[in-house]
Ligand binder design. Structure first.
Ligand code: ZN
Length: 278
């Protein structure tokens, strides 16, 4: 029972502003894909085009493998409830809101800003090591993309690994720490051992960097779940990291500081590279 109660307040993808409404009527824009990627399919919900960024590897030993980084939420989600509350397929025969606003620290530092900053730090490290990086959004001022579009970007990029970056928002006193989520039970082979290995690499890398795993959700820093569209709809090795509880004072202090975000990005990048070389 405790898990169910905590989950209801903690899942940063589970909260939305307003109630679901019909999708907007204007057609979704189609993004012209870079050479090595293709645009995500359009869906009923209208959001910012799922832009992709492709970077030519410059150094290191990544051999140009494509990594997809998915910074959770987006800066204009809160002001576009119609778009983000539109229901989209979320896997397992279910539907879910296109996207959510995400959480924030008690001081008002938003999850979308946090995920955008951390993702860019991870991106820079991966590029420096010779990987190509595709982002599911290209700025922190747009709407969406929807969770199904985010999954499609990873699939169409044939990503070697997909990492969604989030911050959690549990208001239960004393809850803190990071955890890593993966699709469970798996819906395809990549959601099985490859995704669990990626999640485990992230968990281990975070611990090695001195971060504490969550004391309120999951088990031993890992949490297999069946209700997240971005995980359910992926056919690539995929994990979602909740980097900490933004409502907890100590976690918030780390997540709000550039130094803390760099330390988080460092262990995420290291985990991705460890996973790919394993
Ligand atoms: Zn989130």
């Amino acid at each position: 029972m405790l898990v169910a109660v905590v989950f209801a307040v903690a899942g940063c993808e589970t909260s939305t502003s307003g109630s679901p409404v019909a999708p907007a009527t204007s057609p979704p824009a189609v993004t012209t894909a870079p050479a090595t990627t293709t645009a995500a399919p359009t869906t009923a919900a209208t959001t910012s085009p799922p832009k992709t960024t492709t970077t030519i590897p410059v150094a290191g030993n990544g051999h140009g493998q494509v990594i997809v980084l998915d910074p959770g939420h987006n800066g204009a989600n809160a002001s576009h409830p119609a778009e983000i509350n539109a229901l989209v397929p979320s896997g397992r025969g279910q539907t879910k809101a296109c996207n959510t606003t995400g959480t924030s620290t008690n001081a008002g530092y938003t999850e979308h800003a946090f995920t955008w900053d951390v993702a860019n730090r991870v991106r820079a490290e991966l590029i420096a090591h010779g990987y190509q990086v595709v982002m599911t959004r290209n700025d922190d001022t747009g709407v969406g993309p929807c969770v199904n579009q985010r999954a499609a970007i990873g699939n169409q990029a044939n990503a070697a690994a997909v990492v969604s970056i989030h911050g959690d928002g549990s208001d239960v006193a004393g809850t803190h720490g990071f955890h890593v989520e993966y699709s469970s039970p798996p819906l395809n082979s990549e959601q099985g051992p490859p995704s669990i290995a990626l999640a485990t690499a992230l968990r281990d890398s975070g611990r090695a960097a001195g971060f504490t795993t969550a004391n309120y959700i999951g088990s031993n820093g890992l949490f297999g779940r069946s209700d997240l569209g971005g995980l359910n709809l992926s056919d690539r090795p995929t994990a979602l990291i909740e980097c900490g509880n933004m409502r907890d004072a100590s976690d918030a202090a780390v997540m709000s500081s550039p130094d803390g975000r760099q330390r988080i990005a460092d262990f995420i990048a290291a985990a991705i590279m460890t996973y790919l070389k394993a």
